[in-house]
Design a protein around this ligand. Sequence first.
Ligand SMILES: CC(C)(COP(=O)(O)OP(=O)(O)OC[C@H]1O[C@@H](n2cnc3c(N)ncnc32)[C@H](O)[C@@H]1OP(=O)(O)O)[C@@H](O)C(=O)NCCC(=O)NCCS
Length: 247
Amino acid sequence: MGVWSNIKSDIDAVMENDPAARSRFDAVFTYAGLHAIWAHRIAHFFFRHRWCTVARIISQASRFFTGIEIHPGARIGRKLFIDHGMGVVIGETCEIGDDVVIYQGVTLGGTGKEKGKRHPTIGNRVVIASGAKVLGSFKVGDNANIGANSVVLREVPPNSTVVGIPGRIVKRNGKRVADRLDHANLPDPVVDTFRQMQKEINELKAEVEQLRQEREAVRTGGGGFRETAAGDDVRIADPVGCAPYDK
Ligand SMILES: CC(C)(COP(=O)(O)OP(=O)(O)OC[C@H]1O[C@@H](n2cnc3c(N)ncnc32)[C@H](O)[C@@H]1OP(=O)(O)O)[C@@H](O)C(=O)NCCC(=O)NCCS
């Protein structure tokens, strides 16, 4: 694909994805994301021809003007749209497919534990919302959505939506995933243990009280009746050998 058709499709991506884009003229002159992508294409050209320092200088100059840092080694497909862009970081071994949308504050980075390929591979038509961090050398499948401020540390299957920290799949093929975690009502094992202990203490107290009453009855009358939980009267045996009396 030629340079001009690449430039045209980059501008198309802005017009298709941003309802606020008034005209192509606006897009060309005022969209930092577009400028960063074009600077990256030049930097990547030098990087591929082993002019690494020149490539880094272009990339850093672009970062200075746009607030978007794309390592010259990153491979970017057609029609990437970086909206707003400030704070976006894209690592060296990252690969991005076609028609991807990235919002401000997104990091496509490494965990710091891997060598070689250490950044994610993003499929086609993926949306990565503002502030999301995708860390590690795994794949994010086609048509995936990553929610704002999520931290994604594992492979994301195609057609799924991932949110939260760490990122969890909440939707797959348009359907909600049933066993999603209810963040507002997390299970608390400590509270559960205390509840169980309180229940046992109450039962023991009731039993002690019952024994106390029985002993009192025996002490004062040599036997008697007590009421059971079901409301029946039962005869209490006389521990000192006196015959129990009838009610
Ligand atoms: C993730 C996104 C792309 C939508 O994907 P989607 O597949 O349509 O998912 P939904 O909107 O149906 O959300 C699925 C569930 O995840 C929840 N969710 C979405 N984003 C979330 C987030 N960042 N954190 C926690 N939960 C989130 C939704 O509330 C919904 O939960 P529910 O099923 O209990 O109602 C969209 O929410 C988004 O973040 N778009 C980009 C926004 C952005 O960055 N804007 C910046 C403009 S400047």
